[in-house]
Write a protein that binds this ligand. Structure first.
Ligand code: G6D
Length: 347
């Protein structure tokens, strides 16, 4: 196990560092203390070729100015909050609206856009980086001083674990996720249309024209949202189903997981790479980068739609406005803990 640290850039004269965790089998995870952004994940293909499998930039300016949350930890609340407003314990809170009339992914300056404290712990069979950040009372409109810790752990079983932990001194909302865009082809050689996905989910959330949940829970049966037996991403991209059309041909949807230790499999036949995710989160958002900005330089590859896909494990978006959804309220006497494990292998 090895960890290296290098200067990646600076923001307002504050240094930003990139940390690379490498296990004894050659798997590498690189990440920044800025937004806990995962910049690279390097794994072997069926021929033993080690290549990067996530979208990212090589400079801090690109992350600050044009990143659609590449690799970032998102919060306080992942997803959209309708109208950027919510009521909690008799008070109405108004958030920063950064997505039309709605609040998205923690607002104008969410967790993705702050520098976290980093502490490394090296073990024989695992390396851990603990990122810490205190979101002050009123930040982006949210109540409560919120202490957040995000752990990235890589071990010699080719498992990468993300653990989110938070405590607050006032009742608030909290719903974190990681927004990495995966592409198992290796060094973004191909898009993700031929990737296959299997999700242990029988239901998904209907969304409206503003990409907000309507509150209606739909059955996946007999639709291109049924990933229970595995399905290629391209089927949703070419689908005429209105739910695929309103997101710009593809997926940008929340799947309600069938258990609190559901498995999500993503694999690419050509490279042989497989990613298995296990999570205690109640839902996962599948976003197939339907309208990814064209022409950004991603490690020498020009960005385009469907170049990556996100599997954002979380509480359903806009939960505060839907009593039937699992809730994202965090109270002072509670400790929020959630873990998602990513296991890299070959099929
Ligand atoms: C778009 O609707 C999508 C979101 O789901 C995604 O997280 C964001 O782009 C990066 O707003």
């Amino acid at each position: 196990m090895k960890v290296t640290k290098k200067l990646f850039g600076e923001i307002n004269w504050e240094n930003v560092y990139e940390y690379t965790l490498k296990n004894d089998k050659g798997i590498e995870i690189s990440c920044l203390d800025y937004g806990c952004v995962i910049t690279k994940i390097v794994t072997p293909d069926r021929h033993g070729k080690y290549e990067n499998i996530v979208l990212g930039f090589e400079d801090i300016e690109s992350y600050r100015e044009k990143s659609p949350y590449f690799g970032a930890v998102v919060g306080r609340v992942a997803g959209r909050i309708k109208g950027g407003e919510f009521e909690l314990e008799g008070r109405t809170y108004t958030l920063a609206n950064n997505d039309g009339k709605n609040h998205l992914h923690g607002g104008v300056k969410g967790f993705n856009d702050v520098i976290w404290e980093a502490e490394i712990t090296e073990g024989e069979d695992e390396i851990k980086i603990e990122f810490s950040y205190t979101s002050l009372d009123g930040e982006e409109g949210y109540p409560g001083n919120l202490d957040v810790k995000v752990e990235y752990i890589l071990n010699n079983d080719n498992e990468f674990i993300i653990q989110y932990k938070a405590e607050t001194d006032k009742t608030t909302l909290f719903n974190p996720t990681n927004h990495s865009y995966f592409n198992l082809s290796g060094n973004l050689k191909r898009d993700v249309l031929e990737h296959s996905l299997k999700v242990d989910s029988s239901k998904f959330l209907e969304i409206d024209e503003e990409l907000l949940p309507t509150g209606k829970v739909l059955e996946v049966s007999d639709t291109v949202f049924d990933f229970r037996k595995g399905r290629k991403i391209k089927e949703g991209v070419s689908s005429n189903y209105i739910q695929n059309k309103i997101v710009g041909q593809g997926y940008d949807h929340t799947f309600i997981l069938n258990s609190n230790n559901s498995e999500i499999l993503l694999w690419d036949e050509e490279s042989g790479r497989k990613l298995v995710m296990n999570t205690d989160a109640p839902a996962v958002v599948l976003y197939t980068s339907n309208q990814l900005e064209e022409g950004m330089d991603l490690y020498g590859v020009s960005s385009r739609s469907y170049l990556g896909l996100c599997l954002e494990t979380q509480i359903p978006p806009d939960a505060i406005h839907h009593e039937s959804f699992p809730d994202c309220i965090l109270r002072p006497e509670e400790i929020f803990i959630s873990r998602t494990k990513y296991t890299f292998s070959l099929e």
